[in-house]
Every structure is written in structure tokens, then in C-alpha cells.
Design a protein around this ligand. Structure first.
Ligand SMILES: [Zn+2]
Length: 241
């Protein structure tokens, strides 16, 4: 929907309330290990990412596109890789901040390594397991394995079907998408508003940011090759039906 007149602050607030996604916002701060733009790979504080995360806050955001200076269009966050995000008024997002759209779901697929009783950790928390397989064998939840309490690992309950320690297995699961802020598109702008009043006044415009799905960003900045592998795996898994 377009909302040309919605830079009247109250209208914008109502729009956010009605169409906004609830998100958990984790503000980023540069880690003290950062030197000349490079993090220390084995840093125990940031695990080599160069950023640490401050206390979480719950906010509402809309996925937005500005067709021109005056029209804000609300969209769904369906794009696989990136979205434009406009938060509720008063929230200023920063570079590398994370947003977890915990009420939205998406599919994610990856490999896990079998340990003694438990698999290695998934990249994102598991809301629901769709498929777990090794070779041609499909494992069943509550028969072969259960999801660990922390929602990141599978605990094997049937010793007879347990993959060998060190084996790789594939998992396709439902999770919530997490985005990271990578650019600020319209951060410090205001418009002269003369609707409904005889005296035009300056209104702070909603801010717009570019956000990327986290797994894509990691691939780009940390390990390009890893991303390509992950995308290939995802395609293969998603077409396996
Ligand atoms: Zn660090």
C-alpha cells in the first residue's frame, strides 16, 4: 500500500502499528579487538565478527520502498536476500545492527555433523524440522531424534539409527529470518508538511535502511566460498520434494 500522506507523524505511527512486523533489535557495537578495520579471528568476545551486540529491544518495522520523496510503499519481506526497512519513529538503527523477525518464518537448510549423541549446532534456532537426511535415509522426529531444548541441536534417541560420529547429515528446518543493517538510505531527511495546516512545518521523515539476510552477509564478508556452497546446498535441498 502507498502512504503518501503518512509523513504526518500520527499517520505513520498508525501505519507501523497496523502493518509493522515485530522484530527483536540487537544494536551493534564495534569490538575492542578491531585493529585497522580487521577483527581478531579468535576473539572470545565477538568470535571474530568484529561486532558485539547490546541489550535487545522489541520494535516494529515496515518493509518499505520509497517510490519518490513523498510516497512510502509497504511491502512484505519476501525477498530472499535483502529488504528495505523503516522502523517506528524514534528508533535509529546503526550499521551491523541485527533484526530478528521472530513472528515470521522461513526455511533454512544446512549440514550438521553428528557427535556422540547430539548433532552440531544449527545456524538459526529451529522452530520446526522439515527433513533430516543422510544418503537416501530420512530420519523422523520423535522416533530417531528430538530437538534439543536450546532449539539448535538434534538429540538422538534411537541408538540403532544414529548416524556414525563425524557423519554429515542434511537438515531443512523452519526458522525466523534474521537481517543485518548494511546501509542507510534515507537517514537524515525532513520534509515540509503543509497538509491540514495553514503553516507548513518540518516533519522528520521515516528513516530507511538496507537490511540483508544474515546468512548471505556472512558469506559475503567472511568467506565468499562458503556462501556459494551454502546457496548450492539450499537449492538442492529445496528442490528435493
Ligand atoms: Zn572481538
Amino acid at each position: 500500500m502507498a502512504a503518501g500522506a503518512s509523513f504526518i507523524p500520527e499517520n505513520f505511527d498508525a501505519l507501523i502499528e497496523k502493518h509493522g512486523y515485530k522484530a527483536i533489535w540487537k544494536p551493534a557495537i564495534v569490538c575492542e579487538c578491531m585493529e585497522e578495520g580487521q577483527p581478531y579471528i579468535h576473539c572470545p568476545l565477538c568470535h571474530g565478527s568484529g561486532y558485539r551486540y547490546l541489550a535487545k529491544k522489541r520494535i516494529r518495522v515496515v518493509s518499505s520502498s520509497f517510490t519518490n520523496e513523498q510516497a512510502l510503499t509497504i511491502q512484505g519481506i519476501n525477498e530472499p536476500g535483502q529488504a528495505y526497512i523503516t522502523p517506528e519513529r524514534g528508533v535509529i538503527l546503526g550499521y551491523r545492527d541485527k533484526l530478528d523477525f521472530y513472528e515470521t518464518t522461513c526455511k533454512h537448510s544446512q549440514t550438521l555433523t553428528m557427535g556422540r549423541k547430539q548433532t552440531s549446532s544449527t545456524y538459526r534456532p529451529i522452530v520446526q524440522v522439515s527433513y533430516v537426511m543422510e544418503g537416501e535415509h530420512i530420519y523422523e522426529e520423535n522416533v530417531d531424534f528430538v530437538i534439543d531444548e536450546g532449539r539448535h541441536r538434534l538429540n538422538w534417541i534411537d541408538d540403532a539409527t544414529k548416524p556414525r560420529e563425524g557423519d554429515k547429515i542434511s537438515i531443512l528446518y523452519i526458522t525466523s529470518p534474521e537481517y543485518v543493517i548494511t546501509d542507510m538510505m534515507h537517514e537524515f531527511r525532513s520534509v515540509r508538511n503543509n497538509r491540514g495546516t495553514t503553516t507548513p512545518y518540518a516533519v522528520e521523515m521515516p528513516k530507511q535502511y538496507l537490511a540483508k539476510r544474515l546468512e548471505f552477509v556472512y558469506g559475503e564478508t567472511v568467506n565468499r566460498k562458503k556462501e556459494e556452497t551454502k546457496e548450492e546446498e539450499t537449492k538442492e535441498e529445496l528442490s528435493y520434494e
